[in-house]
Design a protein around this ligand. Structure first.
Ligand code: GDP
Ligand code: MG
Length: 179
């Protein structure tokens, strides 16, 4: 059977310090470090993987330094087919920012002519205790996902390597289904 090859651009967004770079390094290089230097500008990592009968060249786009502006330039969003929106379970302000990141994502992608991107929500640092706001919302996360247009959500830990492969597979299957 002929393998199909896909090239997917996937964004990793969310507030500063939630673990975006760590998630990418964990997924692509199977490596975790407690002190990455904050990346400057846009950086991306490539991972080639086989899923079902297909080969996927996955480009994961990291952002750095621009988090403080709360949104990103259109170049970053152009041609993206998927996104992970990340927050830190131990810092509720980063959970509250998820909404804003998701709106920004939908606005910029439609402004650059793309269709709506598939988005998966990552509750990262699940090896740590949840703070109160997230703990209160914990039982309502499925509803939160429906309301804000996320395919699904995963509790992840870049540190302990929890659920990152699962989250990527979920997003990729969704993108492939409409490709
Ligand atoms: P970014 O600004 O979103 O790219 O965040 P970084 O990847 O630079 O991570 C910020 C800090 O959180 C670093 O000190 C990481 O080591 C730490 N970190 C990232 N992911 C995890 C995780 O899953 N668990 C824990 N305990 N710490 C993490
Ligand atoms: Mg970073």
């Amino acid at each position: 059977m002929q393998r199909r090859e896909h090239r997917y651009k996937v964004l990793v967004i969310g507030d500063l310090g939630v673990g975006k770079t760590s998630i990418i390094k964990r997924y692509v290089h199977q490596h975790f470090s407690a002190n990455y230097r904050a990346t400057i500008g846009v950086d991306f990592a490539l991972k080639v993987l086989n899923l079902d009968q297909d080969t996927i060249r996955l480009q994961l786009w990291d952002i750095a330094g621009q988090e403080r502006f709360g949104n990103m330039t259109r170049v970053y969003y152009r041609d993206a087919l998927g996104a992970f929106v990340v927050f830190d379970v131990a810092r509720s302000c980063t959970f509250e920012a998820v909404r804003k990141w998701k709106e920004d994502l939908d606005d910029k992608v439609s402004a650059s002519g793309g269709k709506r991107v598939a988005a998966v929500l990552l509750a990262n640092k699940c090896d740590q205790d949840r703070d109160d706001t997230f703990a209160k919302n914990y039982g309502r996360m499925e509803q939160f996902c429906r309301e804000h247009g996320f395919i699904n959500w995963f509790e992840t830990s870049a540190k302990e390597n929890i659920n990152i492969d699962e989250a990527v597979t979920c997003l990729l299957r969704h993108i492939m289904a409409s490709d």
